[in-house]
Design a binder for this molecule. Sequence first.
Ligand code: SF4
Length: 316
Amino acid sequence: MSENIRIGVSACIAGEKVRWNNTDARDAYLTDTLAKYVEFVPLCPEIACGMGIPREKVRQVDCNGDVRLIGYESGDDLTEKMTNWTDRILPGLDKEDLCGFVLESRSPCCALMQGKIFSTTGNPPRRGAGFFAKLLMTHYPLLPVEASDRLQNPILRENFIRRVFVLKRWRELTAKGLKIGNLVDFHTRHKMMIRSHNLRGYRELGKLLGECSIFNADEIFDTYGTMLFRSLALKATPTKNAEILTHAMGYFKKQLDDGDAQELRTMIIAYKNGKIPLVIPLTLLNHYARKHQNPYLMQQYFLNPHPSELKLLNHV
Ligand code: SF4
C-alpha cells in the first residue's frame, strides 16, 4: 500500500492539456495547495478511451432513457468506446489505492452532477453526472468524490478532505488484517467525527460493534466500512460540529474554572454563528485535552482531522 494519500483527478484540472482543444482547466487549489499533501493520479477518460487531441466535443444525449455519448457535430455515437474502456479500467482502479476523486465540474464525461444531458425531444437539457463519473461512482460507491468547483466551498472542501483521510486510515487498518480489536480502536478514535456527520449512523455503528460476536470478521468489516462511509457522506455542518464541541467540553466539567468554561462556551457559540473559524475552539480543546491528560479526547480525530498546514479549519 502506498504511504502517500493518492487521489484520482480529472487530468485537465490537474493542469494537463487534454481538453478537446488542447487546453487545460487547471484548478489552482488542487495544483498549488492540495498537491503538496496528496499524490494525484490524473485520468482523462476521453483520451484514455481512444479519442485524440484535438477532438470533436461530445455531449450526453438522453435517448428514451438511455444516455448516450454523442459527437457534437458528427453525431457519432461514442458510447461503446467509452463503456468498453470503463469496463476494462474501473475494476483495476482498486490497485491505484485511491482515497478520493476530484472531477471537473461540468464536462459530459467527468461532471459530478452538473453535466448537461440533452434530450432528443427539444426539451431543455437537464443536469446530471457525466458519463464516466456515473460509472465511477457506481463501481466505487464509498469512494469520496467531489467536483472541483464545489471544493471552492470551505465546508464541502473540509468534509471531502476529512473523508479522504478517514479512507486512508481505513485502508491502513484493513491492511493489517481483519482484527476486531483494531476495528474497535479505530471506531473509538473516530467516534466524535462520525457523530459530527451523522448521529444516527454513529449509533448504528456502535450497535453493530456491540453485536460483533454474532458475525464473522469479514462481515463486520464489510458492513462497518459501508455504514461508516455512508455516515460520513452526510455533511458535518457548524451546528453539528458545535454540538460535538459542547459534548467534548463536558469532559472537563471538573477541571475548568467558571471563567475558562465560559470562554470556551462563548467560542463554541461564536463558531456556530459563523463569527470565528472551527480551528479556534478546537485549538482550545486540544490544549485542555493535553493539559489535563484526557486520553480519550487526545486520540479523537475530530480534534485533529487532517494536517493543520492545509488550513481547512481556518475559515468562517
Ligand atoms: S473533463 Fe474529463 S474528459 Fe474532459 S478533458 Fe477533463 S479529464 Fe478529460
